[in-house]
Design a protein around this ligand. Structure first.
Ligand SMILES: C=CC1=C(C)c2cc3[nH]c(cc4nc(cc5[nH]c(cc1n2)c(C)c5CCC(=O)O)C(CCC(=O)O)=C4C)c(C)c3C=C
Ligand SMILES: [Fe+2]
Ligand SMILES: [Fe+2]
Length: 330
């Protein structure tokens, strides 16, 4: 019997339409790990305002980045490619499946496939380098929920984070130098832009901010870039509360005034390109920076299906999740 590996990312709408985006956002924004406000307060806001307005706006943004073939969102397509690469490296003893925390292919469907293939041991690899309650822990919840009511639950292992892996930091550094090989100018500043989180979540004990800042420290140590050149910022603010700072958009607006006119943005918290990297940064943030007086802007692609990234994911699956399981002749 093979052992199972479920690789999980956040998820996207099934299509870049307001209806599909409403379904996806409705599932996403009902997750307590994502929005912890009392449902007496949150549900009227969510159903009465957000799910009426945001799906149309978000669907337009999704349409601007949806692939040429139009079948799947970039995040889902890239995750499938990562899964195929990891499957290739791990061989037949491991059955690897793709899952999304929200939308499709769902965690329920991924686990069903693995169990139907006879996997009684399943490892879960959330594709988030840094832990956050809103992402990694939510995957734990999604897996637990999918097993409610099952008589025969598999043996389970989860990966919590992998930002400290030298091969992860090495892949980020390689992706940066590969990308710089494609442009004919040198950035004055490189932003490491991480998805934000409400400040209250971090105050309550979420270690996400520390793990992001440590990722940038490790990358500085690896590349030799100074604190002034390689800087951490936080993007994708949602709602009126304070989120982790400095904000990426505000930083980009302010940099040209300080004489910093050539900027590169990389996103070491995203394992695959998605709406937040391809639209918010590569389209919106570039526009913000150039309008504020910047002259050169470039977005470094996420690690996606780069060979060093896939090798790293296969290695951490083998060494930190599947260790011991593969030797048992299962
Ligand atoms: C990488 C880590 C992520 C964290 C941490 C995270 C927290 C978080 N996100 C929202 C709200 C939204 N995020 C949205 C998209 C989105 N978020 C992540 C990753 C993290 N989110 C990814 C990879 C994506 C892209 C999905 C895609 O289909 O490409 C969206 C939806 C898009 C939109 O309408 O703008 C929302 C909403 C909150 C509230 C939160 C922390 C509490
Ligand atoms: Fe609701
Ligand atoms: Fe998000």
């Amino acid at each position: 019997m093979p052992v199972g590996l479920l690789m999980v990312n956040l998820g996207s709408p099934d299509a870049p339409t307001p209806e599909a985006t409403r379904r996806y956002l409705g599932q996403f924004l009902h997750d307590y790990r994502v929005v912890d406000t009392s449902r007496w307060i949150w549900c009227p806001i969510l159903h009465g305002v957000i799910l009426r307005i945001r799906p149309t706006r978000s669907a337009k943004a999704y349409a601007s980045i949806w692939g040429e073939d139009g079948t799947e969102a970039p995040l889902v397509r890239i995750t499938r490619s990562q899964v195929a690469g990891v499957q290739d490296r791990l061989g037949d003893a491991v059955r690897v499946e793709t899952a999304m925390r929200y939308g499709n292919p769902s965690i329920d469907a991924g686990l069903e496939k693995l169990m139907a293939a006879g996997c009684t041991k399943i490892a879960v690899l959330p594709l988030y380098p840094q832990y956050a309650g809103a992402t990694t822990a939510s995957v734990y919840d999604g897996v637990a929920k999918a097993l409610v009511g099952k008589w025969n639950v598999p043996e389970l292992r989860f990966l919590r984070d992998y930002y400290r892996e030298p091969a992860f930091i090495g892949s980020l550094a390689n992706s940066l130098s590969d990308h710089f090989g494609t442009i004919d100018w040198t950035p004055d500043r490189i932003l490491c832009s991480y998805h934000g989180l409400p400040q209250t979540y971090v105050d309550a004990g979420d270690p996400y901010q520390d793990e992001c800042l440590e990722t940038t420290d490790l990358l500085r140590a690896h590349t030799g870039y100074s604190e002034t050149v390689l800087q951490s910022t936080f993007q994708s603010r949602f709602g009126p509360k304070a989120w982790l700072q400095p904000y990426t958009d505000k930083t980009l607006e302010a940099l040209p005034e300080q004489g910093i006119k050539k900027v590169a943005v990389m996103m070491p918290g995203f394992s695959a390109d998605c709406l937040e990297t391809l639209e918010e940064i590569a389209i919106e943030a570039e526009e913000t920076f150039l309008e504020a007086g910047g002259t050169h802007f470039t977005t470094v692609p996420c690690l996606n299906d780069r060979r060093d990234h896939i090798n790293m994911l296969a290695d951490i699956a083998r060494n930190r999740l599947l260790n011991g399981w593969l030797d048992q002749g299962e």
